[in-house]
Design a protein around this ligand. Structure first.
Ligand code: DAH
Length: 339
């Protein structure tokens, strides 16, 4: 039996020496040391040995196993090294090859427009306030003085989550949230997403963007609103821009107005862009309704304020001459890269 073991050792040694790759080496290991390996087979036969022979042969068998394991280990290291060298030389890096240019994104025209609007108002001393997109009926309608039967509350116009929760239809609720938190003087703008149950077409999107503005202090008048919007219009649409107020109705302002800007394409002469009128619609605005101030714990006898709200998507489309609002939300880089 001892001779058989020595023979196995020699055979294994030879096969290990000849193995040139990791997989071959692994096969050799299984062949000799595996569960059904040749050495294992011999050891299984030890049961038939006499009590004197058993420890002797056992010792030899252990030595043989250890020596095979050692040979396998050192052969494994050698082969690994060889394989690594081979890989390194075959995978050599050609540093003169042209690289793969990483795809660089672009600021979305809407974000560019929003940043520009923010910059203009921050330059006039406004701060940016934020409010939630999922809003309560109270903040979106009640606190803003909207009567219970106001059509904008309708299920067909507003996305209701339940009786009290909606997706905000305007950024105006941020006015209320701000007045509840801060004491006058208040000077904030609030850009953000709004939602209305509109079927998408060239001018409607169920998700769109507004920028709200609010100023509250002692002695704020319509003249302050007019001056502020004039400065804004000149910055955003060009130095020669004029603005005009048209009477309108919003529940949260009194008086209310829609504000038009002289057409920045024809300077008010009348062109196809402004449909010959010389004016383009810019935003809604007005003096904060005393009820709204009261709802927020601000005394309308002491303080007054103005507010305005504009559709960012519409203004950006106007400025960049984009004729379909849906283009803003398709994220097609061929479109976005143009701005
Ligand atoms: N929230 C109004 C809308 O969605 C826009 C608006 C009009 C906001 C007048 C105002 C405002 O703050 O004073 O149509």
């Amino acid at each position: 039996m001892e001779a058989k073991l020595k023979e196995l050792q020699q055979l294994a040694q030879q096969e290990i020496r000849e193995a040139g790759a990791s997989e071959v080496l692994e096969k050799v290991r299984v062949k000799y040391l595996g569960k059904k390996g040749e050495l294992t087979e011999v050891l299984r036969g030890m049961g038939s040995l006499s009590a004197e022979e058993r420890p002797l042969i056992g010792k030899v068998a252990n030595e043989v196993r250890e020596s095979i394991e050692e040979m396998l280990a050192s052969a494994k290291n050698l082969i690994k090294e060889k394989e690594l060298l081979a890989r390194l030389s075959s995978e050599s890096l050609d540093v003169t090859m042209p690289g793969k240019a990483p795809a660089v994104g672009k600021r979305h025209p809407l974000i560019q427009g929003m940043d520009e609007l923010k910059e203009i108002f921050i330059g006039m001393g406004f701060r940016v306030a934020e409010g939630p997109e999922v809003e309560t009926v109270y903040y979106n309608f009640d606190a803003l003085n909207a009567p219970p039967n106001h059509p904008s509350r309708d299920m067909s116009d507003t996305f209701y989550i339940n009786d009290n929760l909606i997706l905000r239809t305007q950024t105006s609720p941020v006015q209320v949230r701000t007045m509840e938190k801060l004491k006058p003087p208040i000077r904030i703008i609030s850009p953000g997403r709004c939602f209305r149950n509109d079927t998408p077409d060239a001018t409607h999107s169920p998700m769109f963007h507004q920028l709200e503005g609010l100023v509250v202090d002692k002695g704020i008048t319509l003249a302050d609103l007019k001056g502020t919007l004039e400065v804004f219009a000149k910055h955003f649409l060009g130095e020669h821009t004029k603005i005009k107020f048209r009477p309108h109705n919003f529940p949260f302002t009194e008086p209310s107005a829609e504000v038009d800007a002289s057409c920045f394409k024809c300077q008010g002469e009348g062109c196809s862009f402004c449909k010959g009128s010389g004016w383009v619609e810019m935003l809604g605005a007005g003096m904060v309704h005393p009820n709204v101030l009261r709802n927020c714990g601000i005394d309308p006898e002491v303080y007054s304020g103005f507010a305005f709200g504009m559709g960012i998507d519409r203004l950006v489309m106007m400025k960049y001459e984009i004729d379909d609002i849906r283009l803003l939300f398709e994220n097609d880089m061929r479109f976005i890269n143009q701005f």
